[in-house]
Ligand binder design. Sequence first.
Ligand code: PEP
Ligand code: MN
Length: 263
Amino acid sequence: LVSRKKKPENTIVTLKGENIGDGKPHFVFGPCAVESYEQVATVAKTMKEKGLKLLRGGAYKPRTSPYDFQGLGVEGLKILKRVADEFDMAVISEIVNPADIEMAVDYIDVIQIGARNMQNFELLKAAGAVNKPVLLKRGIAATIEEFINAAEYIMAQGNGQIILCERGIRTYERATRNTLDISAVPILKQETHLPVFVDVTHSTGRRDLLLPAAKAAIAIGADGVMAEVHPDPAVALSDAQQQMDLNQFDTFYNELLASHFVR
Ligand code: PEP
Ligand code: MN
């Protein structure tokens, strides 16, 4: 169902008037984790000033260590909804439990399925059974074929509103947190009709690489870029190393817009 051979035209996912998959780049920004109303609203306000409408934030955080901050759960989803309503934005947030999907659709605009859950087939089926766009991240050690099959799981349940997101894969290289597989973007565009995003934060894990990675993503044909922004990354409860503060975000976004031909 996701194959370009079956459907030559691009799938378009429409969010707050932005047509993702229309050939122009779209942008998702926001904190790694929802920590408070003030934290999310501060980022949303800065985004709003730039005309950006797609806000991210994790309420359920799949952390490597069980002793790390696990997210605010449904309280986090409520904060996201409040901010989205106030700023007229669409929110994207990760859901980790299939049983939470139906509840979550009341609060969020896009269900994110995280890298660690790309082959959680019950979660994929649950996301496929609702009428809500899904942002599906590539698994940490997933091949492109496995990634496409995960999308197929969602679409097989009837939900075709899927955005694929390359977020880096695990290799022997340690200079970056993961290895951004940039060539996955044109391959996914050729093989499927789905929009393809690149998450520059979790792939590189390095603030100094966010801008060149984002430029590369757009140059190679990505439909969008995701990056994390936090009002004060030094005190962030997750991913303190790689989130941008508001000034860095301003520079990043301005330079990104200045660097290519769209907009
Ligand atoms: C995230 O986007 O919040 C996240 C945890 O990313 P990933 O699943 O790609 O690690
Ligand atoms: Mn993060």
